[in-house]
Write a protein that binds this ligand. Structure first.
Ligand code: C2E
Ligand code: CA
Ligand code: CA
Ligand code: CA
Length: 281
């Protein structure tokens, strides 16, 4: 069983029960064949408007189930995919699958929703991301305004000027951009006003402990919400698990939430069911 252990500051240290070179090689060998063997799926987690209580979008999250290795979490295999030069192919598969699914839902009469896809550093560095996204939107016939891309601060600090240019091009398709895991990176606040972004995602590590209002995390969550709004950005909290967290975020005027409290990431059919049943916060 492979899993990622959360260490401080939302950084992950990858390890397994009997981590050995042999094991990692096994995972690597399996990963190289993951696409041809059709072992990947996407799960979708609703994003909910905190004021109306309605689902307005979702985040696509990769799931890999291997016949003998079992479930391998994305925290483990995505860094590996970056290392072995597979992130381009993998990322393209995610983009295509999420956009295709979203268009199919619209054809089936589901209200149009914005689907967020996570991007990796390698997709900005080593692939022609803008061209890939353009092609995917064309192939799947999805309007770009129904796609959102989640980028981390680590992507932005790699080559800030180049990334800004790429984000500007992507926004021309109507795509929205959000900063994932906000507050955990090493970025300076100065670049925020220059970035063509729409949303900040408050990292789960700050949401986790806001149950105790005197906690520093509560102060940080409050500050991120104020910062986002003063820059004209929307703000969503991830990893919301309790009513107490929800009440705090609502009272601080956070715009949206995502987390187990409302729903775990679920397979496509189950997600459609959530929307059809008009489940509300
Ligand atoms: P992330 O982008 O920060 O995604 C949120 C993670 O938090 C997901 O873990 C989700 O299942 C989990 N989560 C959501 N709500 C809650 C909650 O209320 N409580 C708790 N404890 N956890 C919650 P997951 O699916 O294991 O993904 C882990 C990371 O792997 C993601 O973190 C993202 O960085 C990466 N990842 C997943 N799918 C993709 C993908 O398609 N492409 C790329 N590049 N990265 C991906
Ligand atoms: Ca994300
Ligand atoms: Ca996140
Ligand atoms: Ca996170």
């Amino acid at each position: 069983m492979y899993y990622a252990k959360e260490t401080g500051r939302d950084s992950y240290c990858i390890y397994s029960d009997e981590m050995s070179l042999h094991n990692m090689l096994e995972v690597e060998t399996a990963l190289r064949r993951v696409l041809e063997r059709d072992e990947l799926t996407l799960h979708y987690q609703p994003k909910v408007d905190i004021h109306t209580g309605e689902i307005y979008g979702m985040e696509a999250l990769l799931r890999w189930f291997h016949p003998t290795l079992g479930f391998v979490p994305p925290d483990v295999f995505i860094p590996l995919a970056e290392e072995i030069g597979m992130i381009g192919k993998l990322g393209e598969w995610v983009l295509h699958t999420a956009c295709e699914q979203n268009r199919r839902w619209q054809e089936q009469g589901l209200p149009p929703l914005r689907c967020a896809v996570n991007l990796s550093v390698g997709q900005f560095q080593y692939t022609n991301l803008v061209e890939t996204v353009r092609q995917v939107l064309l192939d799947t016939q999805l309007d770009g305004r129904w796609l959102e891309l989640e980028v981390t601060e680590s992507i932005i600090i790699q080559d800030t000027e180049k990334v800004i240019d790429m984000l500007l091009e992507l926004k021309e398709f109507g795509i929205e951009i959000s900063i994932d895991d906000f507050g955990t990176g090493y970025s300076s606040l100065r670049y925020l006003q220059r970035l063509p972004i729409d949303t900040l995602k408050i990292d789960r590590s700050f949401v986790k402990d806001i149950d105790s209002p005197e906690a520093d995390e509560a102060a940080i969550a409050r500050a991120v919400i104020l910062l986002a709004h003063s820059l004209g950005l929307r703000v969503i909290a991830e990893g919301v698990e309790t009513e107490v967290q929800l009440d705090f975020l609502r009272s601080e005027n956070c715009d949206a939430i995502q987390g187990y409290l409302f729903s775990r990431p679920v397979p496509a059919e189950q997600f459609a069911e959530l929307v059809r049943s008009q489940k509300r916060l």
